[in-house]
Design a protein around this ligand. Structure first.
Ligand code: HXC
Length: 510
């Protein structure tokens, strides 16, 4: 028996070496951890249960029969994060660049199936060059199996992709169909085809960083939801993210004990909004003061910063915040902000995470650049997402809620359950100057008349009371009491149920 056990240990030790010491050293020299080191950091200590350690590829072309590595370039299994089950697969770049063979794909799909069956989140750590070139269509077929499962699991279990090395082909398309993508700065890249193919096809000379680095994908393309300085920071942040997420679409959000008093008042909020309506203030400060312990996991902080999206907790339970940010472009809604927020609203709705919307929005951004870029379609995405959401929706208008943006931002009319306004709220079709110049155009050359009309308009419309008179606002609240009001509303709404007519699926403006 000892001999048998020794052999098992020997085989395991061999498998743990992946592509060998030289390639592990190269991985470390590039500032990257190995697949197993990453899993160890991601999961609770000692909780990882590995599957398919000894799986090998079955390819015999191009001399492949002679080069077989147990595990075949991906480490798969399950473990826990703060005690909650998660499934994980980590591409091993030291084995054929982490590329995907038929056998490698079967290891991933086994984990995907198991995650779906047990309704637990799945996390993919990517560091891989796409389809195994030597295998041809067998590898492409493998990807198809992975993609199909990504889609079947979408909206049922959270799927997170972490890009931790150069990734191409299927190793970017599978992540693209998951809920979140996070990257590591300077060591991770995402592209459908790498710089060499780009040079051949388009004659463009571009570096990996310029083509698909973390900066590109978090600020320009919006493919990635965030980026971190190194592997360690990234994986620790993923543990933090998982703590916010429900295990599946029916489990409800996790409950973590909080030392933050739920009905805490905050007098500093009474002076958050400046006297001058054109002066910005930081909406992130408000989120920080509303959230348990000020904890806010921001999604897409580097993209369309005129809207904030992210996860927090109130009374120990996860909520999604969507908030206009007056510090950037006055918090205007443009195409990028609308797309960003729409995707986040749909994520929260799919996983039964209540949404708190904080509104200070001067409207949609005018101009040819926006119109040519499809502002109508992109703005409609956000309108569609909110109108479709059946999770509890609590809205607080802190200042401006102008025009179509008033309707869009979780107004009562599109499904807001509890809609509050601060006394500083201004709910109108547009700001006073623009409004007066249009409806009193005949008086435009008489500055005194215009000033008087402007005062009149401001008094009538630039307050929350016209909306409150109609019941569009449930209550005008003191800023200091906002956390308490939101917490109580969420508690009341916990049993919310909405029946929707049956249909195959909607046709949202993609
Ligand atoms: C087989 C691969 C491989 C692949 C890399 N390797 N990619 N082996 N199939 N797809 C191997 C290399 O031969 C090398 O082996 C080792 O992995 C490390 O690769 P390097 O090129 O030395 O590393 P680096 O310079 O860091 O470049 C990484 C890379 C590059 C950017 C990922 O390797 C690359 O461009 N690979 C090909 C990407 C690609 O076009 N894949 C197919 C996509 S099509 P040794 O033995 O030297 O260590 C696809 C279809 C899916 O995925 C369908 C989508 C819808």
């Amino acid at each position: 028996m000892k001999h048998i056990l020794d052999e098992l240990e020997q085989r395991r030790a061999g498998a743990r070496l992946g592509g060998g010491e030289r390639r592990i050293h190269a991985q470390h020299t590039r500032g990257k951890l190995t697949a197993r080191e990453r899993i160890e950091l991601l999961l609770d200590t000692g909780s990882f249960e590995e599957f398919d350690t000894f799986v090998e590829h079955r390819c015999a072309d191009f001399g492949m029969a002679k080069v077989k590595t147990p595990g075949d370039g991906v480490v798969t299994g399950w473990g826990t994060v703060n005690g909650r089950t998660v499934f994980v697969f980590a591409k091993d770049f030291t084995v054929f660049g982490g590329s995907l063979s038929e056998a490698h794909a079967a290891k991933i799909t086994k984990i995907q199936d198991m995650a779906l069956r047990t309704r637990a989140p799945i996390i993919g750590l990517f560091d891989a060059g796409g389809a195994r070139i030597q295998e041809g269509v067998a590898a492409l077929g493998g990807y198809g199996e992975v993609f199909k499962r990504n889609v079947i699991a979408s909206g049922v279990i959270p799927q997170i992709s972490v890009i931790m090395g150069p990734c191409a082909g299927g190793d970017v398309y599978s992540p693209a169909m998951t809920d979140f993508i996070f990257m590591v700065r300077d060591t991770s890249y995402m592209f459908v085809t790498g710089p060499e193919v780009v040079k051949t096809v388009t004659n463009e000379t571009v570096t990996s960083e310029e083509l698909g680095g973390a900066t590109v994908h978090t600020t320009k393309s919006s493919v990635a939801d965030g980026a971190y300085e190194n592997d360690v920071e990234c994986l620790l942040q993923m543990r933090r993210l998982i703590d916010f997420l429900p295990s599946n679409n029916q489990s409800g959000v996790p409950h973590w004990p909080s030392f933050d008093e739920t009905e805490r008042l905050d007098a500093s909020l009474d002076t958050l909004v400046p006297d001058n309506p054109n002066k910005p203030y930081d909406m992130k400060e408000l989120i920080g003061k509303l959230a348990d312990e000020g904890d806010f996991f921001e999604i897409q902080s580097g993209f369309a910063a005129n809207i904030l999206t992210g996860l927090s907790r109130i009374a120990g339970r996860t909520v999604g915040f969507v908030a206009n940010q007056p510090m950037v472009l006055a918090g205007v809604l443009d195409s990028d902000a609308s797309r960003k927020a729409a995707r986040f609203v749909r994520f929260c709705d799919a996983f039964e995470i209540p949404i708190v919307t904080l509104v200070d929005v001067p409207g949609f951004l005018p101009g040819t650049a926006q119109e040519y870029g499809g502002l109508i379609k992109h703005g409609a995405k956000l309108l569609f997402a909110y109108s479709q959401a059946t999770v509890p929706l609590v809205t607080v208008i802190t200042r401006k809620a102008f025009g179509g943006a008033y309707d869009v931002m979780a107004s009562k009319h599109v499904g807001g359950d509890v809609n509050y306004a601060w006394p500083t709220a201004q709910i109108a079709v547009m700001g006073a100057k623009g409004a007066v110049e249009i409806i009193f155009r005949a008086d435009i050359d008489d500055p005194e008349k215009i000033a008087e009309r402007t005062r009149e308009y401001e008094q009538r419309f630039l307050s929350p009371f016209v909306a409150a008179e109609r019941g569009y606002i449930d209550e005008v609240i003191t800023p200091r009491s906002t956390r308490k009001r939101i917490a109580r509303a969420l508690s009341m709404l916990a049993s919310k149920k909405v029946e929707t007519p049956s249909r195959k699926h909607d046709n949202m403006p993609l």
